[in-house]
Design a protein around this ligand. Structure first.
Ligand code: IPE
Ligand code: IPE
Ligand code: MG
Length: 247
């Protein structure tokens, strides 16, 4: 039986988030420039998006560029932005064919004009697709999102739209840029690093974490099945005891 067949169709996570890491090391290992790794990383994005949609995952959030990544060499940042614009343009027919809606979380104002324009076009074109949501975290960091949420909450308290007693976990959820999707049940990070790097801090409070040594350009459909299989065999207790869950 293949790994894909072993998956329980009733326990597919609704939302999977991935920290796509290791492009630079992958390229370096081949004696190439880092951007070669990013280009090959795009092929993995295509493969994994397709596999996720086939599996019935509803939301796939990919960490593509963090707030901190702005401090990389200007040449790499520029190449990444160009790669993004090119990919959105080239892949639009595939998104339409596979009925995938593309959206973004992050500080879009910091992106180059060209990139912002292409984002608007692609979001508009794909807005009625409903097989899966592909969400790119771009110029994103969880702390940025929390800061904007706190600012907006305090503003709404100030103008009397909400009162302080209404601030609870649900309300905070509703001010985050991820407010329209469920929290991810599974978070995957490639490349062997075991850290979160400022991704979805609030939303992963109870996510299952899966780390793999595979570098992102080498990550395959089979690796995704493996992560989901691993997830399906964990006991999610949410603070309860194992006995409580089985009774
Ligand atoms: C992840 O790969 C892609 C981005 C952060 C844009 P890296 O570029 O971080 O690759 P490594 O970690 O240096 O190998
Ligand atoms: C995290 O990867 C950000 C993305 C995958 C976009 P980094 O490679 O930037 O993370 P650190 O700096 O090694 O933690
Ligand atoms: Mg990295």
């Amino acid at each position: 039986m293949s790994l894909k067949e072993k998956l329980d169709p009733g326990k597919i996570p609704q939302h999977v988030a991935i920290i796509m890491d290791g492009n630079g090391r992958w390229a370096k290992g081949k004696g190439k420039f880092r951007i070669f790794g990013h280009q090959n990383g795009v092929s993995t994005v295509k493969t994994i998006t397709e596999a996720a949609a086939e599996m019935g995952i509803k939301y796939l959030t990919l960490y593509a560029f963090s707030t901190e990544n702005w401090s990389r060499p200007a040449l790499e940042v520029r190449a990444l932005m160009e790669l993004l614009v090119d990919t959105m343009r080239k892949e639009l027919p595939t998104l339409m064919k596979n009925k995938i809606r593309l959206s973004f979380i992050g500080n879009m104002n910091d992106l180059p004009e060209k990139c912002q324009k292409q984002i608007k076009v692609t979001m508009e074109e794909t807005k009625d697709n409903n097989r899966m949501d592909l969400v790119l975290a771009l110029s994103y960091s969880a702390k940025w999102d929390l800061v904007q949420a706190v600012k907006n909450i305090s503003q709404d308290v100030h103008v009397g739209k909400i009162n302080q007693d209404q601030i609870n976990d649900k309300l905070i959820d509703s001010y985050l840029s991820t407010n329209w999707m469920p929290h991810p049940e599974l978070l995957i990070r490639t490349s062997g690093e075991k850290r979160i790097s400022n991704f979805l801090l609030w939303e992963i409070a109870y996510s299952e974490l899966y780390f793999t040594e595979k570098l992102w350009p080498d990550f395959t459909k089979e690796d995704l099945y493996h992560a989901v299989y691993d997830f399906q065999n964990r006991e999610r207790r949410f603070g309860k005891t194992s006995e409580q869950l089985s009774s």
